[in-house]
Design a protein around this ligand. Sequence first.
Ligand SMILES: Nc1ncnc2c1ncn2[C@@H]1O[C@H](COP(=O)(O)OP(=O)(O)OP(=O)(O)O)[C@@H](O)[C@H]1O
Length: 494
Amino acid sequence: MEDDGYYNLDTDLDLSFTSTTTDRTFASSSARSSLARSSLTLSFNDRLSTATTPSTTTSSAATTLHHRRYDSHWTAIKAATTLSSDGRLHLRHLKLVRHLGTGNLGRVFLCHLRDCPNSTGFALKVIDRDALTAKKLSHVEIEAEILSLLDHPFLPTLYARIDASHYICLLIDYCPNGDLHSLLRKQPGNRLTISPVRFFSSEVLVALEYLHALGIVYRDLKPENILIREDGHIMLTDFDLCFKADVVPTFKSRRVRRVSSPPSSPSSYRRRRNCRGGGCFSTEVKYEREEIVAEFAAEPVTAFSRSCVGTHEYLAPELVTGNGHGSGVDWWAFGIFLYELLYGTTPFKGVTKEQTLRNIASNDDVAFPLEREEEEGMVEAKDLIEKLLVKDPRKRLGCARGAQDIKRHPFFNGIKWPLIRNYKPPEIRGLVKKTKAHVCHVTAVSPRRRKWLWWAITHLLRSKSLSRSSSKIQSNNNYYHYVSKSYNATRKRV
Ligand SMILES: Nc1ncnc2c1ncn2[C@@H]1O[C@H](COP(=O)(O)OP(=O)(O)OP(=O)(O)O)[C@@H](O)[C@H]1O
């Protein structure tokens, strides 16, 4: 069964995967904590959820349009498929390294490409068709379909789907840092300070925004489904409970007020005396102009489903009552998620699952513990949570215009959304970040070269140019630092 310390995954799959159990207790090597909450599926009416697509035979995911098609994963896959007689990726190209965990639908393995042992790993989700009910099989197809649509840094890339014998295998990115739920359990009080909460929640928000723009309602947001990549950024996983709806992208107008210096044509501006500091008799005058800006919104506002799916503590009231729901369930779950990151528990949790559901469906508003009141940013965080945990989805933040409205909330003030991928992941207990620069310099630099680099960097640090750029970094007043890549790499080398 084993070959050079690897599982032998050749054509005889039955030898490699003797059974695909759905028993979670089996997942001894799973990175996920045993306290992870399972998702529930209760179908009221599946008529309006995604139609499943028929399974295809062995295939590699389309590489031509993916924005990451030049990264090392795709390059390695391309090299393997080029050598393949039919130009496709097969299970014989993969070497299983270890079992990562077991989910509802199948087992997940860390694997490498056989001819490229030094390549970064992949996660292979193996689903045994024969072991699943028709309902679960439809979830597998939904997951595979959604994965094949995704092209986003905070979502998995489907490198290949391999259908072999009675197995469906999905090859996606491997996240060595486990999931956010396990990471939370390593923090004091199972909770995070404001800065990491901003980091993780803004990345999740951007991922949800992208899914909604594709018309995908996620329905299973929880820390267990947020995996942490090698570089400390997130990857949202588990798309088996999603449903897909139509989305009509629109430009919506919004009034914004801009304060500026004296204009060249003052007629369009309103003069505003600055009453702050110098009092209302101050001579300092600010000019304010009201502008109408067009904003892009792509929220599936007409999405509708009756299936009650998700995880108890994260279910929105409209999901619990079963009267039908839309994309607003994700914004409700986003509010619960923020609450859990800040307080280490969810706001409507009862002694039993039934009590939890009753609490969600009741008219009681969200209540906050008295602790952490003084912490900077807490007032904004609580205000955002209150606006997300509005029981009526029509009044809930995000339901009308999607993520745009949430991004503008004061809790996220100062975040430069287009640069979100460049923010430095938080330094928290249990999170081991490994950048490419780090890997490269630890392993490949000889002592002599390291000595030379040390000299060169010390010399550089003394020079004006670097000290100027580092002061630029320090002057950035964001909640977490915006790290210049070259500066970061230099620091690692030292
Ligand atoms: N891409 C990945 N990188 C690293 N570990 C992963 C990856 N995907 C899954 N895992 C691990 O494998 C386990 C099983 O994952 P899987 O997605 O099959 O099930 P799940 O997360 O329990 O969701 P569900 O059962 O709802 O489909 C996870 O708990 C996680 O620890």
